[in-house]
Ligand binder design. Sequence first.
Ligand SMILES: *[C@@H]1O[C@H](CO)[C@@H](O)[C@H](O)[C@H]1NC(C)=O
Ligand SMILES: *[C@@H]1O[C@H](CO)[C@@H](O)[C@H](O)[C@H]1NC(C)=O
Ligand SMILES: *[C@@H]1O[C@H](CO)[C@@H](O)[C@H](O)[C@H]1NC(C)=O
Ligand SMILES: *[C@@H]1O[C@H](CO)[C@@H](O)[C@H](O)[C@H]1NC(C)=O
Ligand SMILES: *[C@@H]1O[C@H](CO)[C@@H](O)[C@H](O)[C@H]1NC(C)=O
Ligand SMILES: *[C@@H]1O[C@H](CO)[C@@H](O)[C@H](O)[C@H]1NC(C)=O
Length: 252
Amino acid sequence: MNLVRDEKHGKIIDVGSYQHFMIMMEINEKKLKWLIIFQVCSTIIILLLITMLCFVNYPVIKKTFIITNITNITNNDLQQNENITTLYALDPEARTFCFHDGKYGHTITNGAVYNRCSDIDFNGYYNGNFTVGIEGSRVGTIIDLGSSEDLKKKYKYYETVGNGQGFASIHRKNNTIFILKGNAYNNTFQVMDESSTLFQESSTASSSVILGHLYLIRITDYSNAAFEHIAKILVIAYRHNELVTIRWELLI
Ligand SMILES: *[C@@H]1O[C@H](CO)[C@@H](O)[C@H](O)[C@H]1NC(C)=O
Ligand SMILES: *[C@@H]1O[C@H](CO)[C@@H](O)[C@H](O)[C@H]1NC(C)=O
Ligand SMILES: *[C@@H]1O[C@H](CO)[C@@H](O)[C@H](O)[C@H]1NC(C)=O
Ligand SMILES: *[C@@H]1O[C@H](CO)[C@@H](O)[C@H](O)[C@H]1NC(C)=O
Ligand SMILES: *[C@@H]1O[C@H](CO)[C@@H](O)[C@H](O)[C@H]1NC(C)=O
Ligand SMILES: *[C@@H]1O[C@H](CO)[C@@H](O)[C@H](O)[C@H]1NC(C)=O
């Protein structure tokens, strides 16, 4: 009884399950096709994403790689992009600086020190001073604006904690220098008192280096009327007779 029932049962199931099996096979085949197509597509998309990521991150990867090789990199290389530079009083190359390209002013070539582009000198001409207008026919003006606190009091704009809005806002339009007026995000500015002095010919070309002070610098060339470099700098670190770190920006 058991056997027959089993056989019957088995047969019925067999017949049913064969058709079912065929349908399932078809469905599975379709499913498989779609699965394969889906996998191929997703692989392509993933590859595309990885490629894109590499492209976007390439500069970062490259930079990281270069920075990893610390034996071969100068302070200047690292800081140049941030407009922060350290000048070293005792270094043959690194005690002068060129605002035009953000690199040190001297170069050692074939065993000799050459001037490349020295807009500003630290300590070389006068101990404890910045000196500007030092190349051949160049003349310079440097104005000590005082500290961020001094500027804040004088021009009465709103500062952030730790200051910085004053320095950030100083800019130039034609031959006038402006600084923030009121709120930093209101886009309102006032003319700086020091503006006219900066554009007068022949003023002091040397000023003592003071930690935290801002300076305006203008360099012209009496043999080339078209030449003019105007920059603002902020002394952010200073060790007397040794080094000074500045944040700088050309005003164009
Ligand atoms: C660093 O750079 C030097 C010179 O280019 C090279 O010989 C050295 O293998 C580099 N080191 C690393 C860790 O990449
Ligand atoms: C790194 O060092 C190698 C040799 O030591 C030199 O050829 C290469 O110019 C240096 N790179 C930089 C960016 O200074
Ligand atoms: C100031 O510069 C603008 C262009 O930026 C120019 O149109 C204008 O004539 C200049 N003014 C003076 C007085 O040079
Ligand atoms: C900034 O601008 C807003 C609206 O434009 C004005 O209400 C506010 O008084 C201004 N603040 C300062 C300090 O200028
Ligand atoms: C150094 O700068 C100060 C002003 O900050 C100036 O009085 C002094 O004369 C300068 N030194 C020289 C030798 O020019
Ligand atoms: C660096 O200085 C240049 C011009 O001197 C300016 O265009 C650039 O915005 C400055 N970058 C920063 C981060 O201050």
